[in-house]
Each structure stands twice: as structure tokens, then as C-alpha cells.
Design a protein. Structure first.
Lengths: 373, 300
């Protein structure tokens, strides 16, 4: 798997091995291996019920794994209770103590660790500065806005200088505009302090824009761990291809073997060709994924079929103009709907495509990703 | 449709909703209160009713002839002061005992899963459905020299003579705790149930073990429930009559008992009324101070 490559053989900072978690017979996390390096901003991406939050909570010590080990910085912490682990968590609900001021909230962890009073005060004011909340130290949580509470929660989680900071959907309660600003701040803060961040999110755009690497979870399993670019360009299966951005998937049947092997698709009515060698069996069903922006479009004369590999004929059934980009929906002769996106610097021919036009779509070999699952 | 007629009707409706309970309180609380106040200012006389009026026609003018003699008498005889203090002491210790017994119960109920929680709540409320007198007699059956506890202890050979359980402070306290426990558990449960589990996890995550989390998060956040529960137990416990009368010894001075004696045995209605008025003051003044303090804290 990609994660073992990323660790490059040397032992990882956070290393999770064969972790399972069962809740009354149901596997919430199923045999997960994961290595995370120091200073990474790692995102666990997945839908609800995929097990991503449970995995995070096991790292925090808030759930006990059914089996497997967790090591941080060479130290096995699988059996360590939450209050003795060198990790801290920022909760989705922020979980600020309502009876304590902002300062007291941020200093809570320092009091548990019996910091010197002066040192603790200095640390609290340093953190207030980091999250730009200097004037709000004396306020109670209920006197703050959602964005301010989020920043206090971040400062509180960072106060004890954890080796790993865990963030459970930290931005989900914020509105869209604030969320984007906060994403940037989060990345800036992570760069500044260099702590390893592990964030859980269901928002693929958020994961793509923040993370150095992303782990995609589905149905209790960790399916793929890669950089955002690799995840987008080389998804491991159809689920990930569809989860990370939009994608067109053409189904095909393998026929023949060796050099003469071809993939014939009912969706396009043509052969599908991709780069590279693939070990495929005769008669196997495979899928070829092409991103909407990698599809090419041109008008087609009546009756002229698009008979060539990686081409298909169809009609434009919808055009959505968004200024910088234009979305097309094309219905192929097979009845399959295809999405296509053109950015503003399109060529003359593309500009003349109108709703209802006969068109030919095509894609280059290098734009196609072969999927076997 | 909101014509002037429906407006009038809805106004009338809302006035009725507020007005009826107000009228009820006026009739059955304020009026009796004023009657007792009036009696407490009067003098004892051997007649029917056994007190003098406090307003008389003097030379054709209605004039006030009441006085504070009864109150002066209350403070001159230390019997009354001692029974007030003893009542407050017993009520205070009982509230504390209720809190200590009730808190773990409320905590377990609040943390139980849904199905179990309702059963446990029912078990807490269930004894309230039987008459409190019945429950006190059940206690007598347990505590008496030939009761359950003594006969068990003797049959197990742990003691040879019955131990004195009745007519002790312990009997009174346990009686009050058993009677008023639901009044403590329910507000505590309400406060603890509101407690967000994330806060406990956050506390653990920030390095506080279970005990530290309890002191720093759970306890302070359940303080409103603690105050409400203590008030609900303390107030009726101060004026409690039945429990000390049945379970306590004759030496057990409590203001409820003193009041009973003045009213029924000595037939000194004015003095009994004064005892009742002072008891009200003993209860209401600290409560108002507490409420004031709470609302001030809420504002800051």
C-alpha cells in the first residue's frame, strides 16, 4: 500500500498496526494500518459511518481498540489512558468548558500538568496571540461567536504542546466563507508550530486543499492513502474516484490477452485505451475513469460516427455557464450521461457548441485511469 | 383571522391562564398568611376564637391594638431559639446526607442508557406514590427493638441485646433522607443529564483523570442541580413534624413539634402563629439572598 512507501522503511512518527474496533459485534474500524510522519497535515476522509472518527478517537484514547497497536514516537500507547497520552484533540462541538473563561479553558491542560503559574500564564497569552484572541481572554464561551469558539478550542488543544493534534471535523459548524478563511489559518498555524495534525473530515474539497496526505476510509476500512494529487489522478477504485471530485466512468470488457488485449466499452461504443501495462484476464469487467475537465469536445456532422478508440458520439443535453468554467452534460448514443468541463480559455470550435448539437467527445490515453474495482 | 374580537378573546384567554393560578394563590396562600400574621400580633384569651382582635373601635375610630409581645416572648425563652437552631441543624445535615446519597444515584441514572434510565427513574419516584406516613411506619418496623434489624442481628449472633435505633438522631435523619431523597435526585439528575459528554472527554484529553474531571467539570456544572435539590430538601425538613414525632426521642426539639405543642396542647394560637411567622422568615430570607446571589452571578 502507498502508506508503507511513504514511510520509506524508517519507523513512522505515528504508527498504527492492525487496528480494529467492534461495537457490539459490528466492525467500526477494520484492520487499519497507517503511518504518519512528523509535521504532516494528514486528513482522514470518509462519509458518515466510515469509521474515520472512531479511528481518531482511538488515537486520542477515547475509544479502546479491540485489537492492534498504536505507537507514537516509538512509544506504544495502545493501553495508555487518554489523560496520559501526548496527543490532544479538538472536538467537533469544541467542548469548551462553559463555566470557565477563555483563559481558564486554554490553561486547563496546563493546570493538570502542574505547570508553574507564571509559565502557564505566558503560554496562555502566547496561544491567545496565535489564534488572534488576545482581547477575549476574560470572556466566557457563551459570549463568543462560533468562529471565536473554534479558535479557543484550537488554542486549548495546542496548549500542552501535544506531539499529535487531532481535529474532529473542526470546521463543520462554520459557514462557508468563514470555513475557507479558517482552513487557511489552520494551515498557517500548522506550518508555524510544526506539530503533526490529523484531521477528520467528510468534505473532500477541504481535505484536498489542506492535507499533505489523505487517507480515504469507507466501510470501516482504509482504502487508499496518498497525496491529494495522487488521489485525484490515480484513485484506487470507483468509490474514491467519485468521492474525490467529479468523474466519468466508462465500463468495459477485456477481451484477448497479451499484446492483442483490448477493452471494448458499450458505454462509448468504442475501444478504451489507457497507458501502461495491466494484468487483466480475458472477459474481466474493468472501468476507465476520466475527469470532466480532461474530456475534449467538438461538433460532429450528422450521421458521422466517432469510430476510434477513446471516442464517443452524443448530443449536448445541458449547458451550465459559470463564467470561469462551463459544464456540459452530454448524452451518449448508449444512453450514458457524461459530464464535461471547459475552462474559459477554450478554442473557437468548443465555443460554438450549442444545446442539442451533435458532438464527439474524446480523451487522451494519459487522461484515463484504469480501475479494476 | 385577527379581528378586534379575536384579539379581545385571546387577551381574555391569556389573562385567565395567568389569573386563575394567581387567584388560587391569593385565596389559599396570601389570605391564610395574613390571617396567621394577624393572629400572631394578637393576645391570648379564653374564648372562641382564642385570640383578641387586633383592630378595635376606640371612640368611634378603628385603631390598631396588636403588639409584638408574642415575638418578644419567642426570643426571651431559649426553648424556641433552641428548637429553631436544632431544626435548621437537622435540616442542614439531612440535606447534606441526601446530597451524598442522591448524587451517585443521579449520576448513575444520568449516565445509564435510555431503557435502563426510565426504569431507574421510576424506582426513584415509586416510593413517592406511597403515603409518607406509611414509609415512616415501615421504618419503625425496621428500627424497633423487636424489628427487622435487631432480630436479624440477634439471630446472626452479632449482638445479644437489641440496640437502641428508635428515638435516636440517626432514626430522624434516615427518615428524612428516605422521605426526601427523590426531591434531591430529580434536580440532580436533570443537571447531570444536561452535562455534555464531550466536556468529560475533553477534560480527559487535556490530562485530567476521572477524579480531577469530576471536581473540575462535573461538580461545578451540576451546581444548579445541587442548590435546587438542597433547597427542596432543606425547606420541608426545617418544618418537618411527623418524622421527628414518630422516630425521634422526646428530647428532640424541632420547631414543627414546638408549633404543634403551642397550637394544640397549650391552645396558644397567637404564640403558635408567631412561631410560624419566624419559621417563614428563617426559610425565606436565606432563600432570597441565595436567589439574589445567583441572579447577580448570571448577570456578570
Amino acid at each position: 500500500m502507498a502508506n508503507t512507501e511513504a514511510s520509506g522503511g524508517q519507523s513512522a512518527f505515528l504508527s498504527i498496526r492492525n487496528i480494529c474496533k467492534e461495537f457490539s459485534g459490528v466492525r467500526a474500524v477494520n484492520d487499519v494500518d497507517l503511518d504518519i510522519q512528523q509535521g504532516e497535515f494528514f486528513c482522514l476522509l470518509g462519509g458518515s459511518g466510515s469509521g474515520k472518527s472512531t479511528l481518531l478517537r482511538m488515537i486520542a484514547g477515547l475509544e479502546k481498540p479491540s485489537s492492534g497497536t498504536i505507537r507514537i514516537d516509538g512509544q506504544d500507547i495502545t493501553e495508555t489512558p487518554a489523560w496520559s497520552r501526548p496527543v490532544n484533540m479538538m472536538f467537533q462541538s469544541y467542548a469548551l468548558f462553559p463555566h470557565m473563561s477563555v483563559e481558564k479553558n486554554i490553561g486547563y491542560g496546563l493546570r493538570q500538568d502542574k505547570w508553574e503559574k507564571a509559565e502557564a500564564e505566558a503560554r496562555v497569552s502566547e496561544l491567545l496571540e496565535l489564534v488572534q484572541m488576545k482581547e477575549y481572554g476574560k470572556r466566557k464561551p457563551h459570549q463568543l461567536s462560533g468562529g471565536q469558539r473554534q479558535r479557543v478550542a484550537l488554542a486549548r488543544a495546542l496548549a500542552r504542546k501535544p506531539k499529535v493534534l487531532l481535529l474532529d471535523e473542526p470546521l463543520s459548524a462554520l459557514d462557508k466563507k468563514l470555513r475557507e478563511d479558517t482552513q487557511r489559518q489552520l494551515v498557517a498555524i500548522q506550518k508555524e508550530i510544526g506539530t503533526t495534525f490529523i484531521m477528520v473530515t467528510h468534505d473532500q474539497e477541504e481535505a484536498m486543499s489542506i492535507a499533505t496526505r489523505i487517507g480515504v476510509m469507507d466501510n470501516a476500512k482504509l482504502i487508499q492513502v496518498d497525496t491529494p494529487r495522487e488521489l485525484y489522478e490515480k484513485p484506487a477504485n470507483r468509490m474514491i474516484a467519485g468521492f474525490v471530485g467529479q468523474v466519468n466512468i466508462f465500463e468495459g470488457q477485456v477481451s484477448g490477452s497479451g499484446k492483442n488485449q483490448t477493452i471494448q466499452s458499450k458505454d462509448t461504443g468504442n475501444a478504451l485505451e489507457v497507458l501502461g501495462e495491466h494484468d487483466l484476464a480475458d472477459g474481466q469487467t474493468v472501468w476507465v475513469a476520466v475527469r470532466p475537465e480532461r474530456l475534449l469536445i467538438k461538433t460532429r456532422a450528422k450521421g458521422r460516427a466517432a469510430a476510434a478508440p477513446n471516442k464517443a458520439a452524443g448530443r449536448v443535453t445541458d449547458i451550465m455557464y459559470l463564467g470561469n468554467i462551463t459544464h456540459f452534460e452530454i448524452t451518449l448514443k448508449s444512453g450514458k450521461h457524461v459530464r464535461l468541463t471547459i475552462s474559459e480559455h477554450w478554442d473557437e470550435e468548443e465555443a460554438t457548441v450549442r444545446l442539442g448539437d451533435r458532438v464527439e467527445i474524446s480523451f487522451e490515453k494519459r487522461a484515463a485511469v484504469l480501475l479494476t474495482r | 383571522m385577527s379581528g378586534p374580537k379575536t384579539d379581545f378573546l385571546s387577551k381574555l384567554g391569556s389573562r385567565l391562564v395567568i389569573g386563575l393560578p394567581m387567584f388560587w394563590l391569593l385565596l389559599f396562600f396570601l389570605v391564610p398568611f395574613l390571617v396567621v400574621l394577624q393572629v400572631s400580633l394578637a393576645d391570648l384569651r379564653l374564648a372562641q376564637p382564642p385570640f383578641t382582635p387586633i383592630f378595635e373601635w376606640l371612640d368611634g375610630i378603628p385603631s390598631y391594638v396588636g403588639d409584638l409581645e408574642n415575638y418578644e416572648f419567642l426570643f426571651s425563652d431559649d426553648l424556641y431559639i433552641r428548637s429553631y437552631l436544632n431544626s435548621v441543624k437537622i435540616a442542614f445535615i439531612s440535606s447534606l446526607a441526601c446530597l451524598i446519597v442522591g448524587y451517585p444515584i443521579a449520576y448513575v441514572i444520568a449516565r445509564a442508557d435510555d431503557a435502563l434510565r426510565n426504569t431507574l427513574l421510576l424506582l426513584v419516584i415509586l416510593p413517592f406514590w406511597t403515603s409518607s406516613l406509611l414509609r415512616i411506619y415501615a421504618l419503625i418496623g425496621m428500627y424497633s427493638p423487636t424489628g427487622f434489624i435487631n432480630s436479624w442481628l440477634i439471630s446472626f449472633g452479632l449482638i445479644s441485646e437489641p440496640i437502641q435505633l428508635m428515638q435516636t438522631d440517626f432514626a430522624v435523619y434516615s427518615g428524612i433522607v428516605i422521605t426526601y431523597l427523590p426531591l434531591m435526585v430529580l434536580p440532580l439528575y436533570a443537571a447531570l443529564q444536561k452535562l455534555d459528554e464531550d466536556l468529560l472527554e475533553a477534560s480527559a484529553d487535556l490530562g485530567a483523570g476521572p477524579l480531577k474531571t469530576f471536581w473540575q467539570v462535573t461538580l461545578p456544572l451540576s451546581l444548579p442541580g445541587i442548590l435546587a435539590g438542597c433547597l427542596l430538601v432543606f425547606i420541608p425538613a426545617v418544618g418537618e413534624y411527623i418524622i421527628p414525632a414518630l422516630l425521634g426521642g422526646s428530647g428532640q426539639l424541632m420547631i414543627g413539634k414546638t408549633l404543634w405543642t403551642e397550637f394544640f396542647n397549650n391552645r396558644d394560637w397567637p404564640l403558635a402563629s408567631a412561631v410560624a411567622m419566624v419559621m417563614l422568615a428563617v426559610l425565606v430570607i436565606p432563600m432570597m439572598l441565595l436567589r439574589n446571589a445567583q441572579s447577580q452571578e448570571g448577570r456578570s
